[in-house]
Design a protein around this ligand. Structure first.
Ligand code: GAR
Length: 205
């Protein structure tokens, strides 16, 4: 990583509480990273408003404004590239990035998922864990690859499932742990670098 604060571009689709945790962490220069832009696949979301409130540039690239998914993916990659990121963070970004995006940002794009990979990939990690009846679930930060939540794992943390949990209560408890894991791991990646050897990710030189 460079000898200056790492440049983070964060992509969001919703409320952006994970983004907020990163924005709060990057206020401290010792954290070693700054959020240089926030992108989204839709307008009018709290995630974008959070960035706007602290003067971070934002952009929106909607799939429906493109002829096909590949065109959207290429343009999204261009928009991200405009901000010259060292690391791209998908924080509740509910779209799969494609071939062009991965050709440019593969190996330096991470995503956070509210389940313990490889269990319960996809859009409904907390619901699927609850329906399966697991007693322990959690969250996973991984390096994005072409699959659905299949990338090499950077960090994981566990969360117990309570008997009276609903999807909402379980997801909210996961998100508390998830935000801390994201802030801790992204900070370490920014300050210490990382290596990916097959499926094994190591933080530090
Ligand atoms: C987070 O729990 C994130 O892991 C999840 O959406 C939530 C976004 O919350 N993402 C996925 O399920 C992607 N598979 P936030 O908008 O408040 O950060």
């Amino acid at each position: 990583m460079p000898d200056r604060p790492a440049r983070l571009v964060v992509l969001v689709s919703g409320s952006g509480t994970n983004l907020q945790a990163l924005l709060d962490a990057t206020a401290d220069p010792a954290y070693g990273a700054e959020v240089v832009a926030v992108g989204a696949d839709r307008d009018d979301i709290e995630g974008l408003a959070r960035a706007e409130r602290v003067g971070v540039p934002t952009f929106v690239e909607r799939v429906r404004d493109h002829d096909d998914r590949a065109g959207w993916d290429r343009t999204l990659a261009d928009r991200v590239a405009d901000h010259e990121p060292d690391l791209v963070v998908l924080a509740g970004f509910m779209k799969l990035v494609g071939e062009d995006f991965l050709a440019r940002f593969g190996g330096r794009t991470v995503n956070t998922h509210p389940a313990l990979s490889p269990a319960f990939p996809g859009m409904h990690g907390p619901r699927d864990a609850l329906e399966y009846g697991v007693k322990v679930t959690g969250c996973t930060l991984f390096v994005v690859d072409a699959g659905v939540d299949t990338g090499a794992i950077v960090a994981q943390e566990t969360v117990g499932v309570a008997d009276d949990d609903t999807v909402e209560t379980l997801h909210e408890r996961i998100k508390v742990v998830e935000r801390a894991l994201l802030v801790d791991s992204v900070g370490r990646m920014a300050r210490e670098g990382w290596t990916v050897d097959g499926r094994r990710v190591r933080l530090g030189g």
